[in-house]
Design a protein around this ligand. Structure first.
Ligand SMILES: *Cc1c(COP(=O)(O)O)cnc(C)c1O
Length: 367
């Protein structure tokens, strides 16, 4: 039934004026401003998905006993809409986000949402608020689907029976307003992000709540981001901040790419997957494997590892220039973003913004 669910549409009586919108779009930052509308869809165990709405953006009344506030049954997604040279709007691989949301939902004992309904909801919100999709080069509309448990009960022996799915959208500026600059990273020894059997491969808020202390520690040590190591041996490199990590070995026509394999404790990034598929097309072999901190340090010392970068929807790529741990410290490259990193970045951006062909069929036109 729910894949044919109709949306009840209520447009806001007070949309932002063209002037207000222009002021926001001149310097949107990230995640600070929201468009005029939002999507809400309810779920209950007996009815399935129901009450789908496009409505004015605003607060949601919540019972303080709602399951999510006590037991963190929650998950989210993140994707972007991009303005094309001909003025049309696309999103990037939205069915991957829908599929990943359902994988997260399985782990969090939450309901599956039909992929078609997810994508239709994204299209409806972006189509309605299309004036908020920035024209400025490198800017985009960040789309944030979210699902959380609303059942008002403190009973903890079972998952909730009621959920709310929402989508909000936020114009987003350049991640690196002054040009892409390598970041410094802290090797976290005191904290881990995810353990085997845990929720590391689900995009759930709890993973972020658990990461803030590690991130704060990185900042205390003068670093921009935290590198997460495996929870068992504290040696194997997993992710950086909330991005997947890529290692470039060699250079020029001998360059190759390695990224940590999806062991169950890593989040399966859509940018990561796109890099793994784009690189071979550019003559850069790419593989999933394992790398520990000793190999990372030795590889940089010998010159075998030439570039390292994080990748994710928000930053696209974020080069790593400096690594610091409690008893070691080393540099990667010369303080400038590497050639392979920037080439992959250009290629992906070109596909997303419609200035390069899309041989993979990744862009999805908003009707
Ligand atoms: C969302 C996320 C990523 C990146 O995924 P993309 O789909 O590429 O944006 C990587 N790691 C973590 C922990 C994440 O939450």
């Amino acid at each position: 039934m729910s894949d044919t669910l109709d949306f009840e549409i209520t447009l806001t009586e007070r949309p932002a004026t063209a002037d207000e919108r222009a002021r926001v779009l001149a310097d949107p930052g990230f995640g600070r401003h929201f468009t005029d509308h939002m999507i809400t869809i309810r779920y209950s165990a007996d009815r399935g998905w129901y009450d789908a709405r496009l409505q004015p953006y605003g607060p949601i009344p919540m019972d303080p006993a709602s399951h999510v506030f006590h037991y963190a049954q929650e998950l989210f997604e993140g994707l972007k809409a991009y303005k094309q040279p001909d003025g049309s709007i696309v999103t990037f691989r939205p069915y991957m986000n829908a599929a990943r949301m359902n994988r997260s939902a399985r782990r969090m004992a939450m309901p599956q949402i039909p992929e078609e309904l997810f994508v239709r909801a994204v299209e409806l919100l972006v189509g309605t608020d299309k004036a908020w999709v920035p024209d400025t080069e490198g800017h985009s509309l960040y789309i944030r689907p979210n699902m959380f448990a609303t059942t008002p009960t403190l009973g903890v022996n079972s998952p909730a029976s009621d959920y709310l799915f929402t989508i909000i959208a936020s114009p987003s500026g350049l991640y690196y307003p002054r040009g892409v600059k390598p970041v410094s990273v802290w090797l976290s020894q005191d904290y881990t992000r995810a353990a085997p059997g845990g929720t590391g491969e689900a995009k759930t808020g709890g993973n972020y709540a658990a990461s803030f202390a590690g991130q704060a520690q990185a900042v205390e040590h003068g670093c921009d981001q935290v590198v997460w190591l495996d929870a068992v041996e504290h040696r194997w490199v997993e992710e950086v901040g909330s991005m997947n990590l890529m290692f470039v070995y060699g250079s020029g026509s001998n360059a190759r790419l390695l990224t940590p394999a999806l062991t169950g404790t890593l989040l399966a990034g859509i940018t990561r997957d796109s890099m793994l598929r784009l690189a071979p097309g550019l003559g850069i072999p790419a593989e999933e494997g394992k790398i520990n901190v000793d190999e990372w340090e030795a590889g940089c010392a010998s010159g075998e590892i030439t570039e390292v970068f994080g990748c994710g929807t928000a930053a696209i790529i974020s080069p790593v220039g400096h690594v610091k741990g409690s008893d070691r410290e080393w540099r990667i490259g010369d303080g400038e973003p590497g050639e392979v990193s920037m080439r992959l970045r250009e290629e992906l951006i070109g596909i997303q913004y419609g200035t390069r062909p899309d041989p993979y069929g990744w862009v999805h036109k908003i009707a």
